[in-house]
Design a binder for this molecule. Structure first.
Ligand SMILES: Nc1ncnc2c1ncn2[C@@H]1O[C@H](COP(=O)(O)OP(=O)(O)OP(=O)(O)O)[C@@H](O)[C@H]1O
Ligand SMILES: [Mg+2]
Length: 376
């Protein structure tokens, strides 16, 4: 039984609403408008009956809801639904149709319609519109939040990428400056002091010259070490494996843990950003293992296979609670773990840290590898 017998609320109490109605029959439209008024709405409506009308209506006005017949000559509820969803996936779309059968209604809902009413049976109309308009608001707010979050993430990533690039360029520059300019001046000074020592043989000022030579030598060594620590030239000139080999020698101590490096015999060069990321990860993971793990052995491996390139740094030390350490790091406690993840991500790879208290630590950086290591 069509439920049209209720009285409409007084005009002043009606809530204005912008409604787009897909309907070919003027009589059906009148009944629908009447039902809307009875449901408490003062509809500002436009009727469309083909795709062209629909496109124009969507362009020209912001509609709160679309009420759509299911079958129309030359157009259909499903076509209208597709058009509306392409224009605004959050716009509420309610099918109002003659009895179209359950499977058709289910298919329409699957295609994105929000509700389905049978023509003439409008008891649920007001509640359906109210609910769908409210939910559309929630969906839009959520989508906006997601978009803003995504944009913020992109901005942060661009910033972090730029910061890491600038940091590497600065390090390369300072390392060269230290090595070439300051290092060479100190070498010249040391040579002069050597010559001075020879001329001062037997003179009372000789011990002063010897001391000055020792100081110059010490300085020269410190400057060289500082320059290499900032960015070893092997990384630019010879590649990752050579730079790792230098790193291992730099940190190896007879009294410290064994540091074992395993790289392919004749490695070919990788993308510069990946090589730098891997080197910095190895540097941080090795420093962490030496500082925190109390390990007997640390292994650094470069692996290639199945279209992937992998750097692994493993120690057999005390391990740690990764989640707790990451929490501390996010509160500004430390930078190492965050920095490793960021570098690998920006170079197009993934970082996996396997750590448990008492079970050692493995840091694995993995990259897709179109240009494999050769000759191994
Ligand atoms: N290989 C490891 N073995 C044991 N504990 C580790 C290891 N690597 C990291 N940790 C633990 O995780 C914490 C966080 O490491 P992270 O590198 O972020 O900071 P950090 O080394 O303390 O400081 P920095 O900011 O100088 O790197 C460390 O303080 C340590 O407790
Ligand atoms: Mg660290």
């Amino acid at each position: 039984m069509p439920d049209t017998a209720e009285q409409a609320p007084p005009l002043a109490a009606l809530r204005p609403i912008d409604i787009l109605i897909v309907e070919d029959s003027p009589d059906a439209l009148d009944l629908l408008l009447l039902a809307l008024r009875r449901a408490g709405y003062a509809p500002n409506h436009r009727r469309v009956e083909d795709a062209e009308d629909m496109a124009r209506a969507l362009r020209e006005h912001a509609w709160a809801v679309v009420l759509s017949d299911y079958t129309l000559p030359g157009y259909s509820g499903l076509l209208a639904l597709r058009q509306v969803r392409e224009f605004d996936p959050d716009m509420p779309f309610i099918i109002v149709s003659g009895n179209i059968g359950e499977d058709v209604a289910v298919a329409a809902m699957k295609a994105g319609a929000h509700d389905y009413l049978i023509k003439g049976h409008y008891a649920r109309l007001g509640a359906a519109i109210e609910r769908e308009v409210k939910e559309a608001g929630i969906r839009r707010a959520r989508r906006k939040g997601e978009r803003e979050l995504h944009e913020a993430r992109l901005r942060l990533q661009a910033l972090s990428n730029r910061m890491l690039q600038v940091q590497e360029t600065e390090r390369r520059h300072i390392a060269r400056e230290l090595h070439d300019e300051i290092g060479q001046s100190l070498t010249a000074m040391k040579l002069n002091l050597d010559a001075l020592q020879r001329r001062l043989a037997g003179h009372a000022a000789l011990p002063l010259a010897v001391e000055a030579t020792d100081i110059a030598e010490g300085l020269l060594e410190q400057v060289r070490a500082l320059s290499l620590d900032l960015r070893p030239p092997q990384l630019d000139d010879l590649g990752l494996a050579a730079a790792l080999s230098w790193l291992v020698k730099r940190h190896g101590r007879p009294e410290g843990p064994a540091i074992v490096l395993d790289t392919p015999e004749h490695p070919s060069r990788l993308d510069a950003q990946i090589e730098t990321a891997c080197f910095r990860v190895a540097q941080e993971a090795l420093t962490n293992a030496l500082r925190h793990a109390g390990a007997g052995e640390i292994r650094i491996d470069l692996r290639q296979g199945d279209g992937r390139f992998e750097l692994q740094v493993r120690d057999n030390g005390c391990g740690f609670d990764l989640a707790a350490a990451q929490n501390r790091a996010l509160q500004g406690g430390s930078l190492g773990l965050i920095g490793m993840g960021e570098r690998v991500l920006l170079a197009g790879g993934t970082l996996h840290i396997d750590a448990r208290p008492g079970a050692g630590t493995a840091v694995i950086a993995s990259f897709p590898s179109p240009s494999p290591y050769s000759g191994d």
